[in-house]
Design a protein. Structure first.
Length: 221
């Protein structure tokens, strides 16, 4: 059984795929312009870790002054991004007996950013049905539920979640995963003491829905 955790955003989506909570594979995307230094680090990560993959989608189209053109450009980018997400997941999950868990939209966003993430999330959700044989296997959890799942408060910061994953990821086998190893071996690159680089934090966030499903199964035993 595959459990697919998704932390969706327009710029840096993160995916975690676990088989029976025993093994873990990670996918991160950059859907924006990044520096040459960041790109070189991604190349290093992809070459060193067989179960961790970061995909650069390049810079998004520049904002157009004309509203209808700008909306068309955004729609095209949302389709490209979500197609890439589905394609990469399908490469790692050969059947449709999958549980899918995704973080719900945070309504802390405002204005156009909330509209954009809502539209893009809707496109993604419609495509996620291809990955499972029943919509009953698709779970949407609130951000606070997911933070609670790994042992953090509902209002915990990114740094709190990062430290909790690093110290105790709840699922013991996650300590053997490539992302866990990366966090411990390259923390000087990923975390500067104030901010955790994307998409590495986003991949950690994609692990939280899997922990939530794990906790549900454990409590139902």
């Amino acid at each position: 059984m595959n459990i697919i955790g998704i932390d969706f955003s327009i710029l840096y989506p993160g995916i975690c795929i676990s088989t029976d909570f025993n093994s873990f594979k990670w996918i991160g995307f950059t859907n924006t312009k990044i520096t040459k230094k960041e790109s070189r680090f991604i190349e290093d990560v992809n070459s060193l870790y067989s179960n961790l993959k970061v995909i650069e989608l390049g810079e998004r189209p520049a904002k157009n002054k004309q509203y209808h053109i700008n909306e068309r450009l955004k729609l095209s980018n949302f389709i490209k991004l979500t197609d890439n997400i589905i394609n990469e997941i399908q490469k790692l999950t050969k059947d449709t007996d999958n549980i899918i868990a995704i973080e719900g939209i945070s309504f802390g966003s405002s204005g156009n950013s909330l509209v954009d993430i809502s539209q893009a999330t809707g496109i993604l959700k419609s495509k996620l049905t291809k990955l499972t044989n029943s919509v009953d296997k698709i779970f949407v959890f609130s951000p606070s539920e997911l933070k609670n799942a790994i042992g953090c408060k509902g209002n915990a910061s990114k740094i709190d979640v990062y430290n909790k994953f690093k110290e105790d990821p709840i699922i013991e086998n996650a300590k053997n995963s490539d992302l866990y190893k990366l966090v411990h071996s390259s923390e000087d690159v990923i975390f500067n003491g104030k901010n955790i680089k994307s998409p590495y934090m986003d991949m950690i966030d994609s692990y939280l829905p899997i922990v939530k499903v794990y906790n549900i199964f454990k409590n139902n035993d």
